[in-house]
Design a protein. Structure first.
Lengths: 86, 464
């Protein structure tokens, strides 16, 4: 099973149309990866779909970097009883 | 740059002060006046106690069927009767919309008046409108009206250039003959002082008013002359310091306090040629004129008259209470006007289809958090019109979410959040980025997409 970080990277690459190998944990979704307003929403929606979770809208949209997203999603998965590979 | 004269310490707070005593949201923003206003007249300071407006019996009168019709194709009898019925409901049992005036010249004019009166409404009272011709009182009398307006134009543009009187005295004599005829017929004359804002006030208007007041002393109170100050060309100025004849405060002062015309016999009639029509009407109220003459949606000669619905909200804002007014009727009237082919601009206050529609995504975001941020008052409660978001490339997910929630009628916890609207938001963006669209997206298109993307909501909230 792929790790949370790998799955976050794959979703990010697909939604933002960037090569997965170019994505680093410290990258900001908006400034480094060029996410526009609607793409930020799509990212959150796709993360929810990928992990089978529901995230708080404002909290999820305030996450800025890929690494922070990995941590945030890992925590939500734990809270909602979803098994993931860390 | 001047040196600061006073320091202003920050009143730090961790909770918002939304100034709800002035912005109650359930009513239009209230107008709080400190008063008195000081105006220099004839070299002396004169006080106007504007704070008495809450207790003064001010009213709105209507000329939708007279001046309002001069700029439009004529209404049918049935249309006028329906509008009259709605005007009555709008003004409520206290008669805030106190009077409306009718032409009396054609068979249709008279049939309309009869049918309106058959409805049995107390308000608006029906009055007439005639030329300053003695013979015309026959019409007023035959129709059993207690009051009629009559043209008594007062600028030299009218007295000499239009009406061709040999002198001002000849003009006043002629007008006064007609006023005497009105008294004889038992009809209260309402003298329409046309073009007063470019008349010789001291040399013509005040001597004429003095004569009218003298004549009024000879008749019972209910026949005494009313005065309508007609700003025929929209030249009136509202602010203190303006000179006669354009100064509304000074005009009202001269008639009210120098000539002694009581406030309840003074009425302001404006035109919008300089975009001042509404505020000029409100100014007349404040300075001592009890009645402001209006038309629905401002329809009227050339640029129009004070909009009745604007006066309604001004009235509520000044009084701090709806006073029996049914503001929802404004929306009904707007729909009716549109249905009979009278256009109301999209962005027209209170009645245009888009008056409370935002197109900016950032505003839609504000609306989503708290409607009060970008809605002037509770437009759903007062007008049956919740705030709306028009969808364009600038709407963002906030705008799309607002539209979708309003469409499904979802409130509070039931609202669809921004994350869940991503499919529709993506479709909207692609319309512009991928399809090269340049127009706003219609409700019909959005409805089709809402059905496609959110079938479970459609089933629950649209098919129920």
């Amino acid at each position: 099973m792929a790790t949370v970080a790998e799955r976050v990277k794959a979703v990010t690459a697909r939604v933002l149309r960037v090569p997965p190998e170019d994505i680093r944990p410290e990258h900001s979704f908006t400034e480094d990866l060029g996410a526009e307003s609607v793409q930020s929403i799509e990212l959150v929606a796709m993360f929810e779909e990928e992990f089978g979770i529901e995230m708080d809208e404002d909290a999820a949209l305030s996450v800025e970097t890929v690494g922070a997203a990995v941590k945030f999603i890992t925590n939500v998965c734990k809270e909602q009883g979803v098994d993931v590979e860390e | 740059m001047g040196k600061a004269k006073k320091s202003h310490p920050l009143a730090d707070a961790t909770r918002p002060n939304l100034l709800e005593d002035v912005f109650p949201h359930t009513l239009p923003p209230l107008i709080r006046l400190n008063g008195p206003i000081i105006e220099r007249i004839d070299g002396k300071p004169v006080e106007f106690d504007v704070s008495d407006i809450k207790s003064r019996p001010i009213f709105i009168s209507d000329t939708t069927f007279r001046d309002g019709q001069q700029s439009l194709p004529p209404y049918t009898i049935d249309q006028m009767v329906h509008i009259y019925d709605l005007l009555s409901r709008l003004g409520g049992p206290n008669g805030v919309v106190r009077q409306t005036e009718f032409f009396l010249y054609t068979k249709n004019d008279r049939a309309t008046l009869d049918k309106c009166r058959e409805l049995g409404h107390k308000y608006p009272e029906c009055t007439g409108w005639i030329r300053a011709v003695k013979g015309d009182f026959r019409l007023v009398k035959e129709m059993g009206l207690k009051e009629t307006g009559m043209l008594t134009s007062c600028s030299d543009y009218h007295v000499f250039q239009k009406l061709k009187f040999a002198s001002r005295k000849a003009c006043i004599d002629s007008y006064c003959e007609v006023v005497a005829a009105a008294f004889e017929a038992g009809v209260r004359p309402r003298c329409h002082l046309e073009d007063i804002t470019r008349a010789d006030i001291e040399g013509f208007v005040l001597p004429f008013i003095d004569r009218l007041m003298e004549m009024s002393e000879q008749v019972p109170e209910e026949l005494s002359v009313k005065i309508r100050l007609c700003d025929t060309m929209g030249f009136g100025i509202s602010y203190p310091g303006a000179q006669l004849p354009r100064s509304i405060p000074k005009l009202i002062y001269k008639l009210n306090r120098e000539c002694g015309v009581p406030s309840d016999r003074l009425e302001w009639h404006g035109h919008n040629d300089f975009h001042k029509v509404h505020i000029n009407g409100s100014t007349a109220w404040l300075y001592g004129c009890d009645v402001v003459n209006t038309t629905l949606f401002g329809f009227g000669e050339r640029t129009g008259n004070p909009p009745l619905e604007g006066a309604i909200f001004e009235y509520i804002a000044l009084k701090g209470d709806t006073c029996g007014i049914d503001t929802l009727v404004i929306t009904e009237l707007a729909e009716y006007m549109r249905s009979i082919g009278l256009p109301i601009p999209e962005n027209y206050p209170f009645a245009g289809r888009g008056f409370n529609t935002t197109r900016a995504g950032i505003h839609a975001g504000g609306l989503r958090q708290d409607e009060r941020i970008y809605n002037i008052f509770d437009t759903e409660k007062l007008l049956g019109r919740p705030p709306r978001v028009a969808i364009t490339d600038k709407s963002g997910a906030d705008g799309v979410a607002h539209w979708l929630n309003e469409f499904f009628g979802l409130k509070g916890e039931d609202r669809i959040n921004k994350i869940k609207v991503h499919k529709l938001a993506r479709w909207v963006i692609d319309q512009y980025d991928e399809e090269g669209r340049l127009t706003a997206i219609s409700d019909k298109e959005l409805e089709a997409k809402a059905r496609e993307f959110y079938p479970e909501y459609w089933k629950k909230y649209r098919q129920a």
